[in-house]
Design a protein. Sequence first.
Lengths: 201, 295
Amino acid sequence: MNGAHAAGAAPPHELASASDEELMRRVATADAGALDLLYERNRAMAYALAVRITGDAALAEDVLQEAFLGIWRNASRYAAARASARTWVLSIVHHRAVDAVRRRRPVSELPDQEAPPPASLVVPDTWEAVAGRLDRAAIVAALAGLPDVQREAIELAYFGGLTQQEIAARTDAPLGTVKSRVRLGLLALRGAMAASTTVEP
Amino acid sequence: MTENPSLSCDAVRDLAPLYVLDALEPAEAASVREHLAICSDGHAELAELGGVVPYLAESLEPLEPPAAVGERIAAAVRADLRARARDDTAAARLVEGYGAALAATAVTAETTVREPATPATEPVDLAAARATRAARGPRPAWRWLLEAAAVIALVGVVGWNILLQGQLDATRQQAALLSSALATAAQAGSVTATLQGSGPAAAASGFVVAGTGGTNYMVVSGLPDPGAGRTYQAWYLKGQAAVSAGTFTLGTNGVTVVGMSATAGAVTAVALTIEPTGGSTQPTSQPIVLASFTG
């Protein structure tokens, strides 16, 4: 430890009990320990997402590194995002991974500034309310319960990094059909998850 | 990005499902953001659809990354911290040194060059200086220097305080620009004008330095965040005409230093407006900060 990060640093034992949102606020004050912990808590899901999107473990590692350095540099922007910290983190990982896949260029060439956050970041979401008591099996089941064409369109968009035009070409469907499949699929997922989470206290 | 600057609300609703999945072409996504930045409709469908997105990520089986990734991130963050500390120290010394020197200069000038008839005022009371200027007729040349020195001292002290608060993320570029701005202001033949904020930028203050070289500088603090999808843009005003002096983002330490390429012709003022990201060819809104060179 040197004086450089004394300003915003908190003792590790205080950080351990902090929420992800509190960690993010500390990261914004240049607290490196808070970023370490934020990474530790979210790395497995972030890596899973990056690997799923890029299909390339080495590229996914680069994505993860660039994403968390982006979070380090831009944590002060999180305050305006009004989303849970985990959602914000995963959205940045998602954005970086999709960018890496779409542009097929080294992630280190990505802009220093984070792109404006995707829409899911600038709207309140339900994550806070359900985090920790979400059953992964319930999500997988809800996805599996979607009509095939809706699930395919959503997965091509979110995990495939395809644009709506590319999805239309890939699935041989008109653009309007792609949009309505995604819309209906997302709304059905929302309904299914709302039903599965309201049974818990 | 500017090819479709004004999406309708219906078009945004149409694009919403793919927008929340980050599956629009970059230009399409930018158009949506531009619309959201100015739209009064809440676009509740974005919350409705976007709230589902976290479920998609969480449907995956967690996967531990190699330990080396975490080590690389931790090392890069520490290296960044050390670089920031170096920048902060250098910038603090720079601003502190200039601030102290110029404060001394301002006090000396104020006490030795003051016109006999001028009532005693605070050295940095620019409003009073400006108010009495018109009544007194053409201002003496040294007044520029005095005002510049006083403003620089004021801004320097403000900047220094912010530095001391440990909230500063001063980049090397900002420190270098600040050094250039102050050096230019101290050169013979340079002209300095104070910035006046209004409206949402009423708290803004700072100054513009027009030197004899190819670059002019603006040092400004107290600007509000321009908002999502918006940027600050500086303009040279030449009578009724406005020429862009470029867009800029706010410094993270509360003080922003901007280098602006000099422009041909007589500049009557420098103005700031808030424009859509990427900037505009002509101002699309009223200036919220103005620095007049015509007194």
